[in-house]
Design a binder for this molecule. Structure first.
Ligand code: HDL
Ligand code: ZN
Length: 416
C-alpha cells in the first residue's frame, strides 16, 4: 500500500530505522569470554580517549600525572571539568548522557556516585544482554589483534563463540611495523626473515590464513597513514600484494582499509594522541583496478577524502564504503557524508559503524546515528514522492535492512 503523505512517510521511516536490528561492522568490543578486555560502565565511558583529549583542553597537569591516577580519579576529573565546569555538548560528552538517560538514570541530578551505584550491581554478562537490547544491535564485529598478548591467550585457551560477536583479523603491526614484529612470527614458529624472500612471504600467508581461520574472521582490517601508497617499495606494500590479498581472495573475505590516521602526534595523550591527514584515493583506485577478484571495504578519516571516495566507489563493484569514522562521527559530518553517499550511491553503502570501545557506547552511537540517517532517508524519499513515485512501507523496510546490515553480509559473501 503506497504511502500517502509526508506525515505517514516520516512515521514509516522513523519506525523502520528505530526497529531495524543492526550489524555493527567495526567495533573494539569483545565477546564476554575475553573478560576484562570488554570495557563497560560509567567510569570507562568517562575515560574514553575522546574525553581524555577534551579534558586536556582545560587541564594543565603533566600527562603522566593523569595516567598515574586511578580510573575513578580520572573519571572524577573528567566529570568535573567537562560536565560540571563546562556544558557537555561535545558529541563524546553528550554520548555519555544519552547512555545514562537510556538506562533510565536521571542526568538532571548530575550525580556521578548514583550512576556508579547503578553499575555496581551488574554483572558483565547481564549488562551485555541489556546493552544489545537497548541499542538494537544484533551483532558487533570485533577488532582482533593476534599481536596482543592478552587476546592471543584467549584464542588459544578460552575462546567461547558468542553469536553477537564476529571477529575481524586486525593486522596493523604486520603491515605498519614489519621490521619490529617479524621476530615475533619467528618465535611463533613461522620460518620468516626480515627480508621478504619467497619463504618469508609464504610463511606470512600461512600466518594470515591460520589466524583468519582460527577467528573465522569476516574480514581482515588495517588502519593506515595518510601516506599509505600501493604500489610502493615498502614492506607494507609488498606484504599487502604478495600475502594479504592472495589470502583474502582464497578465503573470499574483504580487506578493510581505514586510511588517514596520523599516529601519536601527541604521544603524551596515548590513545587520544592520534590525528588525521588526507589519504591517497589513487591507491584505492589502484588496488580495486588491479585486484578485481578481491573485495575492499574502505573508510577514510579525512573529511576532504569523502567526496572522491564516493566517486571511486561508483566505479568498482569490489569496493564498499563504510562508516563515519572517529573524527567524522559527529552529527554535522554524519549528516553531510550520508547525504553525499545516498545521492551518489543510493542504497549501496554501509552508512555507519560505531567504533565503540566501551560496550555502553553502542547505545549512544547508534541512537544518535539512527536519527540522522532517518532524517536523510526521509528527505530522499520525500524527493521521490514529489516526482510521483509511489513508495511502499515494504520498500523502506527493505532499504533500511540493507543499510544497517544486509549490504555488509552480501558484500562479505559476494563471490567475484
Ligand atoms: O584504528 C582504529 O580502529 C581506530 O578506530 C582507533 O581505534 C581509534 O583510537 C578509535 O577508537 N577511533 O574511534
Ligand atoms: Zn576503530
Amino acid at each position: 500500500m503506497a504511502i500517502k503523505g509526508v506525515e505517514e512517510l516520516r512515521a514509516v521511516v522513523d519506525t523502520a530505522v528505530t526497529e531495524v536490528k543492526i550489524t555493527d561492522v567495526h567495533t573494539h568490543l569483545y565477546a564476554p569470554c575475553f573478560g576484562d578486555m570488554l570495557l563497560w560502565g560509567v567510569d570507562e565511558l568517562l575515560t574514553y580517549h575522546y574525553l581524555v583529549a577534551e579534558v586536556f583542553r582545560w587541564v594543565d597537569m603533566p600527562y603522566q600525572d593523569f595516567w598515574n591516577m586511578s580510573k575513578k580519579e580520572q573519571a572524577d576529573l573528567i566529570w568535573k571539568t567537562l560536565f560540571i565546569d563546562n556544558s557537555p555538548y561535545s558529541e563524546a560528552c553528550r554520548g555519555v548522557l544519552t547512555v545514562l538517560n537510556k538506562l533510565g538514570l536521571d542526568t538532571g541530578k548530575r550525580d556521578l556516585e548514583a550512576y556508579r551505584q547503578y553499575f555496581a550491581g551488574k554483572t558483565m554478562e547481564e549488562y551485555v544482554d541489556q546493552v544489545f537490547e537497548i541499542s538494537g544491535v544484533k551483532e558487533a564485529v570485533m577488532t582482533n589483534d593476534p599481536f596482543d598478548d592478552n587476546e592471543r591467550k584467549v584464542w588459544f585457551e578460552s575462546y567461547k563463540a558468542d553469536p553477537r560477536f564476529e571477529a575481524a583479523l586486525r593486522i596493523d603491526p604486520l603491515l605498519n611495523t614489519w621490521d619490529q614484529v617479524w621476530t615475533r612470527l619467528k618465535e611463533w614458529g613461522y620460518n620468516v626473515e626480515e627480508e621478504l624472500n619467497p619463504t618469508t612471504l609464504k610463511e606470512i600467508r600461512r600466518f594470515l590464513s591460520e589466524w583468519a581461520n582460527r577467528m573465522q574472521a569476516v574480514y581482515m582490517a588495517v588502519s593506515l597513514p595518510p601516506t599509505f601508497e600501493v604500489p610502493e617499495n615498502s614492506s607494507r606494500a609488498v606484504i599487502i600484494e604478495e600475502c594479504v590479498l592472495p589470502v583474502c581472495r582464497e578465503l573470499n573475505i574483504p580487506l578493510a582499509m581505514m586510511i588517514g590516521v596520523k599516529k601519536l602526534i601527541n604521544p603524551g595523550l596515548i590513545l587520544a594522541g592520534d590525528s588525521v591527514g588526507k589519504g591517497s584515493i589513487d591507491t584505492v583506485e589502484y588496488l580495486c583496478t588491479n585486484y578485481p577478484y578481491n573485495k575492499f571495504m574502505v573508510t577514510m578519516l579525512s573529511r576532504e577524502n569523502q567526496h572522491e571516495l564516493c566517486v571511486v566507489v561508483r566505479k568498482f563493484r569490489n569496493l564498499m564504503v563504510f562508516g563515519c569514522w572517529w573524527f567524522l562521527n559527529n552529527p554535522s559530518i554524519i549528516d553531510e557524508m550520508t547525504r553525499m553517499r545516498f545521492e551518489l550511491l543510493g542504497v549501496s553503502v554501509i552508512p555507519q559503524h560505531s567504533d565503540a570501545r566501551v560496550l555502553d557506547q553502542l547505545i549512544y552511537k547508534w541512537a544518535h546515528s539512527r536519527r540522522i540517517i532517518a532524517d536523510v532517508l526521509f528527505d530522499k524519499y520525500k524527493d521521490l514522492m514529489e516526482t510521483g513515485w509511489k513508495i511502499d512501507k515494504s520498500d523502506i523496510r527493505r532499504d533500511v535492512e540493507k543499510l544497517f546490515g544486509q549490504n555488509f553480509w552480501d558484500f562479505v559473501n559476494k563471490k567475484l
